[in-house]
Design a protein around this ligand. Structure first.
Ligand code: PHE
Length: 447
């Protein structure tokens, strides 16, 4: 069977942006920034996106396009008879860990959408939004139901084939999400007491930089948000043909993704300070802050409805890219049909997600790594360790295993003055930085 292909370069761009923009920009960015001190974290994050993220994104997509295979197959095909293909397993493993909690949180977003459809959240429920959210995530079956719902949607789209399902919807809902976020940001900074939140995000407290875990968190966030190091972008790149030029496309994806993160920060932190919600509230942060903003806005109920609809779709265009990684691998390596691969892998992730979800309820006392609950622990291993390791392997592969001319050709940088900069980044700078941050963070694991 011939491998699938994007209809056009635009199709790839939309799918890749769809993969990048999702819960990572809004939900994860806000709570990780909030827990890691705000402004100083933001600067580190921007630094990692620009210096490691975008060059690695180009590298990752180019490996897939050159090899025309999945994350494990691509290494195997380009370096036959070597152990390089083993690095692809970081990605497949990360995809299981990430999608299992991603689907749970996307389920929360769907539940909120439902609460805005019914009008229940137009005004504060008894006890306030924070208590309502706490009650929901620890409820015996409600979050499991929405997690199942989201997983079924993800499996269905991957089963139909990513390009047919997701391209069209993204064309409409990414701009919608951007417009709502800009509107919310303006509203949020105008709230009384919002200045403290603006300061929190943009006035770095440099003392935060003395904590090694902040560097690890900022690097992990850059990888997670750019869908980097797992093979999602590699797999999407493998459905591209050689004619499309990559450098501009990957820079565009990086900038777009960063815009969504920063603007989300401008929505969340001013409002959090205005409402007296701690920026360090962790994963619930956006779910307890946003409804408060909607409640105060004129026609906020409708804005909330559209917002959670757009957020759910943005999550869906990310989750399909995560599921596509193991599906593409199982289809090639074990000759499974797309149907069987998507249902089986999706089912395993669903079960893992049940464990994640219960970790916010009856199993919340279970903290496998440090004081992190089940979701936090899985996220830590996947985002802060496996993704950077996967990215490191890709950088070393293209920087050291390929000849320079091959590397430049694969990324469409032959004869381009940027070529040398990109090449020294992926050959030296990115690997050294990633290793340094790992070494710096050794020892924080158990604390
Ligand atoms: N980048 C996605 C987001 O921000 C999540 C993701 C991570 C997707 C890793 C693919 C790979 O929501």
């Amino acid at each position: 069977m011939a491998r699938e292909k994007w209809a056009s370069k635009l199709g790839f761009m939309l799918a890749a942006m769809g993969s990048a923009v999702g819960l990572g920009n809004i939900w994860r960015f806000s709570y990780v920034a909030g827990e890691s001190g705000g402004g100083a974290f933001l600067i580190l994050y921007l630094f990692f996106v620009l210096v490691i993220g975008v060059p690695l994104l180009l590298t990752e997509v180019s490996i897939g396009r050159k090899a025309q295979s999945d994350v494990i197959g691509s290494f195997a095909k380009l370096s036959p008879g070597t152990p390089w293909f083993l690095s692809g397993f970081f990605g497949v493993l990360a995809s299981f860990l990430i999608l299992s909690f991603y689907s749970v949180v996307a389920g929360w977003s769907m539940y909120y959408l439902w609460k805005y459809i019914t009008g229940d959240f137009f005004s504060q429920p008894e006890g306030g939004y924070e208590a309502a959210f706490g009650g929901f995530i620890s409820h015996a079956w409600q979050p499991l139901f929405w997690h199942a719902f989201f997983m079924v949607l993800t499996i269905s789209i991957v089963y139909i084939g990513v390009k047919r399902g997701i391209e069209a919807a993204n064309k409409i809902f990414m701009p919608t999400l951007a417009i709502i976020l800009i509107g919310l940001a303006i509203y949020s900074v105008s709230l009384e007491g919002a200045v403290e939140g603006v300061k929190f995000l943009f006035q770095p407290d440099w003392s935060a930089l003395s904590n090694p875990s902040v560097y690890l968190a900022a690097m992990g966030q850059a990888f997670f948000s750019l869908s980097l190091g797992m093979g999602a972008m590699l797999t999407y790149g493998s459905y591209l043909s050689k004619e499309s030029k990559l450098p501009g496309a990957t820079l565009g994806i990086g900038l777009m993704d960063t815009f969504f993160a920063v603007i989300s920060g401008i929505v969340i932190f001013p409002a959090a300070f205005a409402f007296g919600i701690s920026p360090g509230s962790g994963p619930p942060l956006v779910f307890i802050t946003l409804p408060g903003i909607f409640e105060q806005m004129p026609v906020g109920g409708i804005v909330g409805l559209v917002f959670f609809f757009a957020l759910t779709l943005a999550s869906l265009s990310s989750s399909v890219s995560i599921l596509e990684v193991p599906v593409a691998y199982f289809m090639r390596a074990f000759h499974w049909s797309r149907k069987m691969a998507s249902i089986l892998t999706g089912a395993i992730m669903f079960v893992l997600g049940l464990i994640v979800s219960l970790g916010f309820g009856i199993w919340s006392g279970f903290t496998p790594i440090g004081d992190r609950n089940i979701q936090g622990s899985m996220d830590f291993i996947a985002s802060n360790i496996l993704l950077p390791l996967g990215g490191l392997a890709m950088a070393l592969f293209v920087g050291w295993y390929f000849k320079k001319s091959t590397a430049l050709d694969a990324t469409d940088l032959t004869g381009n003055p940027i070529g040398n900069i990109w090449y020294s980044i992926i050959k030296y700078i990115a690997p050294v930085l990633i290793i340094l941050i790992f070494l710096n963070a050794v020892g924080i694991l158990g604390m």
